[in-house]
Design a protein around this ligand. Structure first.
Ligand SMILES: *Cc1c(COP(=O)(O)O)cnc(C)c1O
Length: 220
């Protein structure tokens, strides 16, 4: 068994243990295997284990790797978890099933323009949960208006929120905050928790966990 397959099985076990441990608050989150920087051959090993949900952070890289991988594996659900520029929207919609990083009006307008009527793609708004100046995402103080604008002015359905808590801080507070924001705005999905903190994200009611290095190894 390869290292990556071993890692993957371990993560699946761990998620299942923490779902039980926090059964009163866990939403039984789905695992997004974050495969950025790793090649098709390695990704295919994880697909062969039954994993169908993957995350990438660059549109160009995703097109290169996943056009082929999606042809071979029909049920893949691919998430964009990195920044999206409005000039990449069309390309992004061609390859991704879920876009988690909506954070500005220009991108929303472009999505609405490019989206087919019958599309079943999903959209999450990225929240700058720690109010950090260098991070992307909508500030909490602006979230209400932004969601209202997406829903009522543009008529783009938002399905969830995603966040990356401040690096040096204990993440529980921020996970709890994102969960509460999802509940307040009646959004189904909370995307939170990475390799270092996904067990806490389970505890606080994530519906998607984004785990990369604990499965694929360190990125160069
Ligand atoms: C890279 C990345 C991840 C995965 O990070 P790991 O620490 O390797 O698990 C999760 N979310 C986002 C937004 C990322 O860019």
């Amino acid at each position: 068994m390869s290292e990556v397959v071993k890692n993957y099985k371990k993560i699946i076990d761990e998620i299942s243990r923490y779902n039980k441990k926090f059964s009163s608050t866990s939403k039984n989150p789905k695992l997004i295997a974050v495969s950025k920087t790793f090649p098709e051959t390695i990704i295919q090993e994880v697909i062969n284990q039954g994993q169908l949900i993957f995350g990438e952070n660059r549109v160009q890289e995703a097109v290169q790797k996943w056009t082929n991988l999606k042809k071979k594996n029909k049920k893949i659900e691919l998430h964009l978890i990195g920044p999206l520029q409005s000039n990449k929207v069309r390309e992004a919609l061609n390859i991704f099933d879920v876009i988690q990083t909506i954070d500005r009006e220009k991108v929303v307008r472009k999505i609405k323009e490019s989206l087919e009527e019958t599309s079943n793609k999903q959209f999450f708004v990225q929240v700058n949960i720690g109010g950090e100046s260098q991070k992307s995402g909508v500030l909490i103080s602006e979230l209400n208006d932004f969601l209202d604008w997406c829903c009522n002015d543009i008529n783009l359905k938002v399905n969830g929120l995603m966040c990356i808590p401040p690096l040096e801080k204990e993440p529980s507070y921020y996970f709890n905050l994102l969960r509460n924001l999802c509940d307040k705005h009646k959004l189904s999905h909370a995307s939170m928790g990475m390799s270092g903190d996904f067990t806490k994200a389970i505890q606080f009611g994530a519906t998607y966990l984004r785990v990369g290095s604990r499965i694929f190894g360190r990125r160069s």
